[in-house]
Design a protein around this ligand. Structure first.
Ligand code: ZN
Length: 163
């Protein structure tokens, strides 16, 4: 049995138990939350989110990349979100690799060097600041005033704002 099989079985057993408003694709809190794919960042639980309230965009690191800007542009211009909450976290995998080492590894394994940035960082606060700036400076976004960034401590569960 694969992990996907396990998840599908769970879904069948759970049935339709998720509360919330399903009437509109527009998030009722008008907010987009950007965070890391890390399995310890349980974003729905952390913010008590229910269905229909927020867009949740995730990638490795929770960093603002061109593809995050693509999703945010859709989120803001077509689906009415006006605020951006960025949540990166302690003990992130991106703080354990370096840009060049990971690209070298991929190049050695595949013969191709990626054109994209790994977005590796040493200090998570610095990475949060860069992501905030990328949102603020993006001409594609309609709302860049209400953007705030935080570090989530995966051990304690605390959120600390990055100024
Ligand atoms: Zn992470």
């Amino acid at each position: 049995m694969t992990s996907i099989d396990i998840l599908l079985k769970r879904n069948e057993e759970l049935g339709n138990v998720v509360p919330g408003d399903r009437s509109s694709p527009k998030p009722s809190l008008q907010v987009a939350i950007l965070t890391c794919m890390d399995a310890r960042v349980r974003v729905f639980e952390i913010f008590g989110l229910i269905q229909g309230e927020a867009h949740v965009l995730r990638n490795g690191g929770g960093v603002v990349t061109d593809d995050m800007i693509r999703s945010l542009a859709l989120s803001q211009r077509k689906l009415g979100t006006r605020e951006v909450l960025i949540v990166q976290h302690t003990n992130c995998g991106l703080s354990m690799v370096t840009e060049d080492d990971f690209k070298d590894e991929l190049e050695q394994a595949t013969g191709l060097r990626p054109t994209w940035s790994v977005e590796a960082f040493r200090k998570v606060e610095d990475s949060v600041r860069v992501s905030i700036e990328r949102v603020r400076r993006s001409d594609f976004l309609a709302h860049t005033d209400n953007v705030r960034g935080f570090v989530y401590d995966v051990k304690t569960g605390s959120l600390t704002e990055v100024e």
